[in-house]
Design a protein around this ligand. Structure first.
Ligand SMILES: CSCCC(=O)C(=O)COP(=O)(O)O
Ligand code: MG
Length: 201
């Protein structure tokens, strides 16, 4: 079956692990206390009793907890709007995403980062506003990234057969789960020099 849609991970795939770990995570960690104090009602609805110290520990442990991911997105929004944060996207990824979109490929994101955070990193990226290229945004509210059922749900939401979707990720457990759901997959190893320029869907 020909590939008609591309679903991509963010951290380690379109964007560097260093940007997430060394810029985004510290930015949110340093502002957790002040952000919760400034937005008590909004954050209480997200956190459901989770305290700031637990959130900081989860950041240090790189835990993919949905409440943390939602809060991080809320904090990062201020940084992107002020220009303090500029989303890192590899130039080859930006170029390929634009090319695939122009060729009629449907593009979508599946990341542990919240949908709001996904729209921010692509909307305020080093390559400009890439957000209009995407027509689907999926986060942990769809399901865990290492479970095949999540990918089946995404295929249904996008309206394609799993075999028509190519999933790109830097994590083998994620591409394995997508493959188990019937997706075409490509494991991206940026450390080894993998690039989106090599991908011909
Ligand atoms: C949306 S940018 C921040 C990404 C993030 O918080 C994260 O945990 C990365 O997860 P991914 O699933 O994109 O590897
Ligand atoms: Mg990743």
């Amino acid at each position: 079956m020909p590939i008609r849609a591309i679903l991509t991970d963010i951290e380690g795939t379109t964007s560097s692990i260093a940007f997430v770990a060394e810029t985004l995570f510290p930015y949110a960690r340093a502002r957790i206390d002040s952000f919760i104090a400034a937005h008590p009602a909004e954050t209480a609805a997200v956190l459901d009793g989770i305290d700031a110290e637990t959130l900081k520990r989860w950041i240090d442990e790189d835990r993919k907890e949905p409440a943390l991911k939602t809060l991080q997105g809320m904090i990062w929004a201020e940084g992107y709007r002020s220009g303090e944060l500029v989303g890192h996207v590899y130039p080859d990824a930006a170029e390929a995403l634009r090319r695939w979109h122009a060729a009629g490929m449907v593009l979508a994101v599946f990341s542990s980062g919240s949908v709001a955070a996904q729209k921010l990193i692509f909307g305020h990226s080093s390559a400009g506003d890439l957000s209009p290229l995407f027509s689907g945004w999926f986060d942990l509210s769809t399901g865990p990234k290492r479970e095949a059922a999540s990918y089946r749900a995404i295929a249904a939401a996008l309206g394609f057969a799993p075999a028509e979707i190519l999933f790109l990720s830097d994590i083998a457990a994620e591409t394995d789960a997508a493959a188990a759901a019937g997706f075409a997959t490509r494991l991206i190893d940026r450390e080894a020099g993998d690039s989106f320029a090599d991908i011909a869907p």
